[in-house]
Design a protein around this ligand. Sequence first.
Ligand code: RIB
Length: 331
Amino acid sequence: MIRGGRVAVIGSVNQDVVCEVARLPGPGETVLASASRTNLGGKGSNQAVATAKAGGSVQFIGRIGRDPVTESLRGAMTRAGVKTTGLREVPDVRTGTAYIAVAAGDNQIVVDPGANFVWESDAELTAMAEAELLAAADVVVAQFEIPLRVVTWAAGLAGRFVLNAAPAAQFDDELLRRCDPLVVNEHELSEISGMPTGSREQAGSAAHSMCLRGARSVVATLGAAGSVWARRTDGPHEVEVVYQQAPQVVSVDSTGAGDAYVGALSSALAAGLDLGEAVGFATAAASISVRSTGTHTSYPTHAQVAAVLAEVPPARPIRLPYLIETRFTAI
Ligand code: RIB
């Protein structure tokens, strides 16, 4: 049973304005939508909802405007089982808004961060209830839709720290050393590591290199191809690298699938699962989320994930012979 851990998610909450289009527009191009809707979004809030639905006990810490959407967004999180005492309203600033085009399982997103970037100083935060919420959690989860300094502050208070470095941004090795794991997709991993990630072996090498730079573990998601994870060990190979294939499904809408993955992963880690088992659980959750439209409405419950776990193929080690002898200094 993968339940019961305490997770604190610190991150963004957005109103998503979603347009369904036949194909994504190119630069300078206008396309007509066949349908549109607004719903709760933001990588932080999506991950909090995904964690709660997957069985975790979740505190959300974030910043929202005081405007007509505030109550409906807070209500949607609460109904999903997320505690929102750490979600504070910022007067005179708009709630974050994401403009999303969805076409044939693909998407394009532009975020206006608004209140997500309006936070107190670190010293003020440390004296607020947010610090206690972070310190009390088994796992703290953050992303980069809030200021980097707030992510760094939260990492310093975390027991176990999961960083979803999305959207991709450069950050220092001190923060990298806190990550267990760093979770990135193949594009973000390439940008952060400076290495190619076009194949699973390349992604494995890049994840391996991030472990050598200091991350305790790294999970790289590869869309329909599954994911690769790497972890520092005390064993003879020092960093193990493993490929986890995903079940083959028809993807209707991949918006927020990465958030479903991070939420389920965090829930499983907080419940005490090993990283490899948690990756299997997250893989099952993400494979369910892409089968229907929307973000948090497509996220599976714990029972739904458990029902498809048997469809997740066994994980297998990736051997990277030219890297295996590389040494690193344990931090
Ligand atoms: O990861 C998907 C999310 O990214 C959307 O909900 C949108 O709000 C953006 O933050």
